[in-house]
Design a protein around this ligand. Structure first.
Ligand code: MG
Length: 256
């Protein structure tokens, strides 16, 4: 087990006397960011870590991601793990019941075609169609951010009450209005086994800030991975440091 956690800004381990609920982003938090979203590396140690934590926290563990739940399942292969996908537009509780937001679907269908045409014009762009949201990845054309933002803003401007644009690390997401990672966290925290537990959320990107705000309002532990502005109260440097911190917590939970 790794014990070399960089201590600067690193969170203390959660108090043993308290009941905790753990929420985790995936990309850039549990796995390193890579050139293409299909190429992330999920190994057996990560799966085991998540299963052990779910067990030790009485099921109160959920992955909160921008990815679709089907995509999360394809990589994580943990079909009984609670999840929220597509920034809160998709949700699966610990009993395996799934729901997906539909109000904005027609508007998204109309915009989808336009984005597709945009992508056809440029090999360096990659469109990830998640069903209830769209992600346009531009990691291979990093200077295209401003241009793409303008184009996408003009595509969704006809649907101000239904669609919104979010910018992440070399990705733009078009998603249903009113869904974000904070909404996803609140939804879990309203039901068993998450209710009445103090939340911990670990994330690395701008869209995780909504989750951090919810956690801060409940005096939980908001942990930002990496650098950059954040409302989170502490930091870990990278996914390896997240693994080390979680492993240290597992050891403490197993002892108590
Ligand atoms: Mg992330």
């Amino acid at each position: 087990m790794v014990n070399t956690i960089p201590r600067k800004d690193a969170p203390d381990l959660p108090e043993s006397g308290q009941a905790w609920a753990l929420f985790l982003d995936l990309d850039g938090t549990l796995v390193d960011l890579v050139d293409h979203p299909d190429n992330i590396a999920v190994d057996g140690a990560l799966r085991e870590r998540l299963e052990t934590l779910t067990d030790l926290l009485d099921g109160a563990v959920a992955v909160i991601s921008g990815r679709a739940i089907d995509d999360l399942d394809r990589h994580l292969k943990l079909s009984s793990l609670a999840m929220s996908g597509q920034h809160g537009a998709e949700w699966r509780n610990s009993q395996g019941d799934r729901q997906i937001a539909r109000e904005h679907q027609k508007a998204l269908d109309a915009v989808r075609e336009k984005v597709r045409k945009q992508v056809e014009r440029d090999d360096a762009l990659y469109l990830e169609d998640k069903g209830a949201s769209l992600a346009l990845h531009y990691r291979n054309r990093p200077d295209a951010g401003d241009m793409l933002k303008q184009e996408l803003d003009s595509m969704i401007e006809h649907y101000p009450d239904l669609l919104e644009l979010h910018q992440g690390k070399f990705v733009f997401e078009i998603k249903g209005q009113g869904y974000d990672k904070g909404v996803a966290l609140e939804r879990f925290l309203a039901v068993a086994p998450f209710a009445d537990r103090c939340p911990i959320f670990i994330g690395d990107d701008r869209t995780d800030e909504d989750g951090f705000r919810v956690v801060n309002a409940r005096q939980g532990l908001a942990i930002k991975v990496g650098t950059g502005e954040s409302v989170a109260t502490c930091r870990l440097t990278d996914p390896a440091a997240v693994h080390a911190w979680l492993d240290e917590w597992i050891t403490r939970l197993q002892r108590s």
